[in-house]
Design a protein around this ligand. Structure first.
Ligand SMILES: [Zn+2]
Length: 88
């Protein structure tokens, strides 16, 4: 069973990605990391909702802390199983 920093994060993370404000945990594959020159393997993104891939979502912002409870997201959501989508 997955754990969440707070109920509000869980609600926004678990909801349908096309609906309203939602939080997505996006993994970066090796080729993406190399192209983008990143040394991180995932990011936490708040979006307006989208169909298809995260690249198709025009309105999005990377967040480092939970907007509801302040938890450091990278430290809390370490497990790969939280990743919902991978950019290659
Ligand atoms: Zn939280």
């Amino acid at each position: 069973m997955e754990k969440y920093c707070c109920d509000k994060f869980q609600f926004r993370y678990s909801g349908e990605k096309t609906m309203g404000l939602n939080i997505r945990i996006i993994g970066y594959g090796k080729s993406f990391q190399e192209r983008a020159q990143l040394n991180i393997d995932r990011n936490f993104i708040i979006t307006e909702g989208y169909a298809g891939k995260i690249e198709d979502c025009a309105k999005k912002a990377i967040i480092n802390f939970c907007p509801f409870c302040g938890t450091n997201l990278r430290a809390f959501y370490k497990d790969m199983s939280y990743i919902q989508e991978i950019m290659e």
